[in-house]
Design a protein around this ligand. Structure first.
Ligand SMILES: NC(=O)C1=CN([C@@H]2O[C@H](COP(=O)(O)OP(=O)(O)OC[C@H]3O[C@@H](n4cnc5c(N)ncnc54)[C@H](OP(=O)(O)O)[C@@H]3O)[C@@H](O)[C@H]2O)C=CC1
Ligand SMILES: O=C(O)[C@@H]1CCC=N1
Length: 274
């Protein structure tokens, strides 16, 4: 099956790499259209997909089409595609903050909302998904096979997708942000340890921690118990985090939800005005 990818930014590129590396689709099955053609041409050097000249070219060639533009650029794309869609085609929107209801209002056809993650370029991470009522079981299975090649796939209700997005999709950026602060604090305490060294120590620690949790199927609490000797040093750090981090994470969810809400308002205007 040919797969269309509209928009070749972080997520469009992740899909090309993830599908190709996993072998679930060959680059020859991928049809890419990006607003700026040069970006496609540069990327095509490593991943020999087909470059399309228009949305229509993608639509003609592909049964499954991922729209990977920024949320505010999605409506015009979907509006242009809608009249030419065949009943067998399946559209995937990866845009954060655009509801299936709004998407389906433009085209009463099979549409799935997927919230992917950049870590899927190395075939790890979680893709969240929710399908509309027009997605057939065959279309759902086809998509699931692709998403499972990129890591794990988890079907979620739209009512919780925004909270889950912060964990699985913003997560890599947020974890990187936390690690940078951790690395800088270590450097402030011991300036003879360069920031590069503190970062390197943390990257290996992150990798080992994630692998141990996953391979031994440990809960966070079980790992904490292994590390934090009773009356020892780690417990002091855990106590500090227990005091200061809950309000920080509550605020993080508050602010990211507010951003989701304002994005939804802006995109809803586009969908309702037209
Ligand atoms: N980044 C992430 O980790 C995640 C992103 N998402 C969602 O994925 C979507 C894309 O995000 P991201 O990849 O980060 O964004 P980027 O800005 O990196 O990429 C967007 C791409 O869309 C292209 N584009 C814009 N308009 C059109 C158009 N009309 N036709 C074809 N191509 C077009 C842009 O082209 P040009 O080269 O001209 O700028 C650009 O390459 C967003 O909706 C976001 O909510 C969801 C989960 C995670
Ligand atoms: O930050 C963003 O808006 C996108 C959506 C989730 C992750 N990245």
């Amino acid at each position: 099956m040919n797969i269309g990818i509209i928009g070749l930014g972080s997520i469009g590129q992740m899909l090309v790499k993830g599908f190709s590396k996993s072998g679930v689709a060959s680059p020859a099955q991928l049809f890419v259209y990006n607003r700026t053609r040069e970006k496609s041409e540069q990327f095509q050097a490593d991943w020999p997909f087909t470059i399309c000249a228009s949305l229509q070219d993608v639509s003609e060639a592909c049964e499954l089409i991922f729209i990977c533009t920024k949320p505010l650029d999605l409506y015009p794309v979907l509006q242009e595609l809608a009249p030419q869609l065949r009943p067998t085609q399946h559209i995937v929107s990866v845009a954060a903050g655009i509801s299936l209801e709004d998407l389906t209002s433009v085209s009463a056809t099979a549409i799935t909302k997927v919230i992917p993650t950049v870590t899927s370029q190395i075939l790890h991470g979680v893709s969240l998904y929710a399908c509309n009522q027009y997605v057939s079981s065959e279309q759902r299975e086809q998509l699931l096979r692709l998403l499972q090649a990129l890591g794990k796939a988890e079907e979620v209700e739209e009512s919780v997708i925004e909270t889950a997005t912060i964990l699985s999709s913003s997560g890599p950026g947020l974890i990187a942000g936390m690690m940078e602060l951790f690395a800088q604090a270590a450097h402030r305490k011991s300036p003879e340890l360069s920031v590069e060294t503190t970062r390197r120590l943390l990257v290996e620690t992150l990798l080992g921690t994630a692998m141990l949790l996953s391979e031994e199927d440990l809960h966070f609490e079980q790992l904490i118990e292994q590390v934090a000797t009773k009356g020892g040093i780690t417990m002091e750090g855990l106590n500090v985090m227990a005091e200061y981090l809950p309000p920080c994470f509550d605020q993080l969810f508050l602010m990211t939800q507010a951003k989701h809400d304002s994005l939804k308002l802006k995109t809803k205007v586009q969908f309702n005005e037209n």
